[in-house]
Design a protein around this ligand. Structure first.
Ligand SMILES: C[S@@+](CC[C@H](N)C(=O)[O-])C[C@H]1O[C@@H](n2cnc3c(N)ncnc32)[C@H](O)[C@@H]1O
Length: 198
């Protein structure tokens, strides 16, 4: 994997700083607008019943995704952070704990019905070991045709974890079409083979 040039690095850091001031309906959100747009398209097209988000932060991204589910008239977002954050929307369920702990996994599983279509968005800690573990635990929950989004693949460790995961899980493919806008998750928009909508 190539490393970032000094100029790219500077650009990424500046963009990261700018992220701090982004909000969705007044709630801070740590995503760039093109990634929010792409997320909206993914949710609209695949219509998941459940979205699992690791890394709530202030809840801006959860509120954003819950609002799209509201527009579709169905679905819930389960959002996990080390400490349960404020619930921002009736379609949002906030859980507190380590996303890779057995307790959290059990609580997440208990909220999913067998018929649910499930999408996952990994945006908690971005170190190799953690992303690797999240992929191992949450990857199997994603249903055919739905997405497993691994955020911040532009900074190294998450990209390495994705590459390992794809080697062992050929049922997932990188959907490059989701990178038509600028993205902080290059190679991180993974779609599970199959059809999402009946
Ligand atoms: C990048 S922020 C999430 C940003 C949010 N998804 C958004 O777009 O606005 C990462 C969050 O992950 C949480 N976090 C870090 N390690 C975690 C872990 N092991 N389990 C659950 N959450 C974790 C942090 O507390 C932080 O709020």
């Amino acid at each position: 994997m190539g490393s970032l040039s000094a100029a790219d690095d500077k650009k990424t850091i500046a963009a990261m700083i700018a992220l701090q001031s982004r909000t969705w309906l007044g709630v801070p959100v740590r995503k760039i607008p093109p990634d929010l747009m792409a997320l909206q398209e993914v949710i609209y097209e695949t219509k998941p019943d459940i979205i699992i988000e690791t890394g709530t932060f202030w809840g801006g991204s959860g509120l954003f995704m819950a609002g799209i589910l509201e527009s579709l008239g169905k679905g819930r977002i389960i959002s996990i952070d080390l400490v349960a954050k404020r619930n921002r929307h009736p379609r949002m369920v906030c859980l507190g704990g380590n996303s890779t702990s057995t307790e959290i996994l059990e609580r997440v599983r208990s909220l999913i019905k067998p018929s649910d279509r499930v999408m996952v968005d990994l945006d908690s800690a971005h170190n190799l070991e953690h992303v690797r573990k999240e992929l191992e635990l949450y990857g199997p929950l994603v249903t055919p045709g739905n997405y497993l989004i691994v955020e911040d693949t532009n900074v190294g460790d998450p990209a390495e974890a994705v590459s390992e995961f794809l080697g062992a899980n050929p049922q997932f493919i990188v959907d490059k079409s989701r990178e038509k806008f600028s993205t902080f998750f290059p190679g991180g928009w993974l779609r599970r083979a199959g059809s999402a909508c009946s």
